[in-house]
Structure formats: C-alpha cells, structure tokens
Design a protein around this ligand. Structure first.
Ligand code: 5GP
Ligand code: ZN
Length: 113
C-alpha cells in the first residue's frame, strides 16, 4: 500500500470506481476514460509501481487470469480483446501502480500507436 497512490486509494475505497471484479489478490474496475466499448483495469492489491519492479510472477499471472474471466463476463472473449501493461514514459504509463488494461468490443489496430 502506498498512501499517495491513486490505485491504492481505489483499493481502500477512498476514491469511487466502477468495480467489476474483486478477488483476494486483485481488483478490476472500469477505466474513467474508456478507449473501447469495454475498457477495464485489473490491478493487484499489492503496490508494485510497474513491471520493472515485479518480483513475483504470480502477480501478473493472477491479473491475466482475471482479465480472461472478465472478458467472458463482458461478452468479448470470443470476438477478441487486447491486454496491455504500459511501462514508463514511452509506453504512456501515467499511474505507477501496475495495471493491465483489458480492451475490447471493437476491432483493434496493429501495430499499436
Ligand atoms: P496508463 O496510462 O498508466 O497505462 O493507464 C492509466 C489509466 O488509468 C488511464 O487509462 C486512465 O484513464 C485511468 N485512470 C486515471 N485515473 C483514474 C481514476 O481515477 N479512475 C479510473 N477508473 N481510472 C483512472
Ligand atoms: Zn498503489
């Protein structure tokens, strides 16, 4: 837990969010500025600033499993979806609590911008 971290504050219910799933290890909520019809952020309860500080591979494994489960809930598992972890400036990371974007409900371009 980090006192001044936006996503830790969402975990502590200090900031409201549209939560779509909660597990012992992760929570998932809708992105405030959605870039696709379904845009959910999956975060670990543990405060890890970015993929660069990841020490326990299970953390990302659990995030990915939950993303797949939410994709089913959202009805996009078969049509397809994209999972993204942005790391640092060139990738556009703006919140330094690791998170996986789950995006779907429309066709995605490749390569990404
Ligand atoms: P990043 O750019 O770090 O990969 O992604 C951060 C994401 O968090 C952005 O897509 C942004 O819209 C989202 N975000 C920022 N602040 C909030 C907030 O207060 N609530 C929610 N639900 N999403 C947020
Ligand atoms: Zn945090």
């Amino acid at each position: 837990m980090a006192d001044d971290c936006l996503f830790c504050r969402i975990i502590r219910n200090e900031i409201p969010a549209k939560v779509v799933a909660k597990t012992d290890d992760c929570i998932a909520f809708r992105d405030i500025n959605p870039q696709a019809p379904s845009h959910v952020l999956i975060i670990p309860r543990e405060h890890v600033p970015s993929l660069n500080q990841l020490r326990d591979p299970d953390v990302v494994g659990r995030m990915a499993m939950l993303a797949a489960e939410i994709a089913k809930q959202e009805g996009i598992a078969d049509s397809g979806y994209r999972t993204v972890i942005n790391t640092n400036a060139d990738a556009g990371q703006t919140v330094f609590h690791i998170h996986m974007h789950l995006l779907g409900g429309r066709g995605m371009g490749w390569p990404p911008g």
